[in-house]
Design a protein around this ligand. Structure first.
Ligand code: 2U9
Length: 329
């Protein structure tokens, strides 16, 4: 029986030596050190030995138990350290995990390009609140109460006289309230109109508007500036035209059309935006002397500019987050 006590210790240590991972170590613990383990069973055997063998057996059993337990703890620490290192080990030779670096959205890129172009033509940039009041969104812009643009169904009203702006002209009104002429600003930003969403209409889109106010400003300045812009943004050989139009806040007014190639290889006139000489009523509204100063303004839909430039057929693509589309920019 006593040789059983000597053997069990060395047998356990030999097996422990073969333990390669924490799972095997747990199996080893269950086999030898757990309450039902071989070593514990052995200890419980001592009770059945004769009085002459008990002391020696007890000694051997405790020696075996302590040696195996100590070796077990040591092995456990070594395996846990190894596992920890493995976890922390960074194989720098491994190829890096490609970081999917995004890029500014095509609309943001377009706005940046527009601000850069007009910046080079001496235009400052002005921003303003998206939640506006009726005075800045309609009244100051000479849009009479009965004008369809003021139809509550055609605007996102938040409460009594507060609404989401339907054009960024509100920004130029705020500029004229604060700054006296000369004024030369472009005003980019989101605008909101509860249009039925389809390939060319979205309830939220972006506009870039411009305003120039000084003494002796004429339609020639407006025409030249718009022409410069079109040739830089769309290409020097882009043909364009003015088409007479009407807006409450400009007189005279014009639509700006571009002659662009269409799918069937032909060419067609497509609308790019509107412009005109600032209506004197607008100057009166903001306290600028309409006898002394004249001005011109334009309004371009930014999604529309990008769709024309990149031949994008559907305005909804800008907000559908399809990477196949977004990654092209
Ligand atoms: C002030 C005075 C006049 C801005 C203008 C337009 C014509 C125009 C549309 C183009 C496409 C809106 O996004 S769109 O649907 N805008 O046609 N906008 S003149 O005239 C102003 C602005 C501010 C103080």
């Amino acid at each position: 029986m006593l040789e059983q006590f000597e053997k069990i210790g060395s047998q356990a240590l030999a097996e422990l030596h073969e333990v390669r991972d924490l799972k095997a170590l747990e199996d080893f613990r269950l086999k030898y050190l757990s309450r039902k383990g071989l070593l514990m069973q052995l200890l419980s055997e001592i009770g059945r030995l004769g009085p002459e063998e008990k002391p020696r057996a007890g000694q051997l059993a405790n020696k075996a138990k302590n040696e195996v337990t100590a070796a077990f703890e040591e092995r456990k620490k070594a395996l846990e350290d190894a596992q920890k290192q493995r976890r922390e080990f960074v194989d720098v030779t491994l190829p890096g995990i490609p970081m999917a670096i995004g890029r500014p959205h095509v609309i943001t890129q377009t706005i940046d390009e527009l601000l850069e172009i007009f910046g080079r033509m001496g235009f400052g940039v002005a921003y303003g609140p998206e939640v506006e009041d009726e005075w800045h969104n309609f009244i100051a812009l000479n849009i009479p109460p009965e004008h369809p643009a003021r139809d509550p169904l055609d605007n996102f009203y938040l409460e009594e006289s507060l609404l989401l702006r339907s054009q960024t002209s509100t920004i130029q009104i705020r500029v004229m309230e604060k700054q006296k002429p000369p004024i030369r600003v472009v005003a980019p930003g989101r605008v909101y109109r509860p249009d039925t969403v389809d390939a060319t209409h979205m309830f939220m889109f972006h506009q870039l508007e411009a305003l120039v106010v000084d003494e002796g400003v004429t339609m020639v300045d407006m025409k030249t500036t718009i022409e410069q812009f079109i040739h830089v943004f769309f290409g020097a050989d882009t043909q364009w035209r003015f088409r007479p139009s009407f807006f409450p806040f400009t007189e005279p007014s014009a639509e700006v059309d571009l002659l662009l190639a269409d799918k069937s290889g032909g060419e067609r006139w497509v609308e790019m935006g509107g412009c005109g000489m600032v209506d004197p009523n607008v100057f009166d509204a903001v306290g600028i002397d309409s006898e002394k100063y004249t001005g011109w303004a334009f309004g371009f839909g930014i999604e529309r500019l990008a769709m024309r430039k990149y031949a994008i057929p559907d305005v909804r693509w800008f907000t559908e987050n399809d990477l196949r589309f977004l990654n092209q920019f």
